[in-house]
Unconditional design. Structure first.
Length: 303
């Protein structure tokens, strides 16, 4: 009976110790936890980090997907449930800090500087420089209409705006600052009709010529699928949401090889490239892991 009791206590102790910190990898390194939101670009980024870490070190990366929002990612990093994640600079304007701590700006560098400083201090993490792509609001129009009328910027769209029908998610119609009211003030024109709707219906509408313009996210794969032209925000109206990798300081201080890998991803992927990668996953239904590895091979970062 004493032997049985000792064995049971020992097993409990082993399980308890296994639950502390990162678990070991099969090659004798550590296993790091990557938290990814429910949209596709963080899922692709998690696979890119995993592929590089497991190729260049003895460590492994475990991925948890479909976290609903970036604040949940941050909270999990703070609780040491995640070690690495992808976050977006414009999140700094979403009521995380007291009034006066943040200065609202649509300048990409000022925005990422504030995100790095404020989130870094609040969550004891490193916010790396931009990966190179942005997932933010934009305006897209039919490609042939853009080409016929030589429209490349949102300002140039103003000449035709009163005759155009816009499809947008309902929140943009009502939202302050970067919503439709602010857009009219910044660009000095209004559209003929603005219709709030679900995102999927937006793209169906512009593809069937029921809509002329849609509010898009800059990495939406439908921009490629439906041959849309994403217009330049030449008045810098929309706040930037530049993507960056983030990691807990404890992890990168103890394992500088992880920090070196995350540094190697800075500036690696343009908005156009990420849109293409998302198109491969969402439209062509390819696994994110396969798309990520293929991309790294094309960049010469994996054999």
């Amino acid at each position: 009976m004493k032997k049985l009791l000792f064995a049971s206590l020992f097993a409990v102790l082993v399980l308890a110790l296994a639950g502390c910190g990162n678990s070991g990898s099969a090659d004798g390194g550590e296993t790091f936890e990557f938290g990814a939101q429910s949209y596709t670009d963080p899922k692709i980024m998690s696979q890119i980090v995993k592929a590089l870490v497991e190729d260049q070190t003895d460590h492994e990366v475990n991925i948890t997907e479909d976290i609903q929002a970036s604040p949940q990612i941050m909270a999990a990093l703070d609780r040491e449930e995640f070690d690495i994640a992808t976050l977006y600079s414009g999140e700094v304007y979403n009521n995380h800090f007291d009034e006066g701590e943040v200065e609202y700006s649509t300048d990409p560098q000022q925005t990422i500087d504030q995100a790095q400083e404020l989130f870094g201090a609040k969550y004891d993490m490193k916010w790396y420089d931009s990966i190179g792509f942005s997932n933010q609001y934009g305006i897209a129009i039919q490609g042939d209409f853009a080409e016929e009328n030589n429209i490349t910027t949102m300002s140039e769209l103003g000449e035709y705006a009163e005759d155009l029908v816009v499809g947008t998610d309902s929140s943009w119609v009502e939202r302050a600052n970067d919503g439709y009211e602010g857009y009219q003030a910044a660009y000095g024109y209004s559209f003929g009709d603005v219709r709030g709707m679900e995102v999927s219906l937006m793209y169906e509408g512009i593809n069937s010529n029921d809509l002329d313009v849609v509010t898009a996210y800059t990495v939406d794969p439908q921009i490629l699928e439906y041959d849309l032209t994403l217009l330049e925000d030449d008045q810098a109206f929309f706040p930037p949401y530049d993507a960056s990798l983030v990691a807990r300081n404890e992890v990168i201080n103890e394992y500088p090889e992880i920090s070196d890998i995350l540094d190697s991803i800075v500036g690696l992927i343009s908005t156009e490239e990420m849109t293409q990668l998302i198109h491969e996953v969402d439209i062509n239904q390819r696994p994110a892991e396969e798309v990520a590895v293929e991309f790294l091979q094309e960049k010469g970062m994996l054999e």
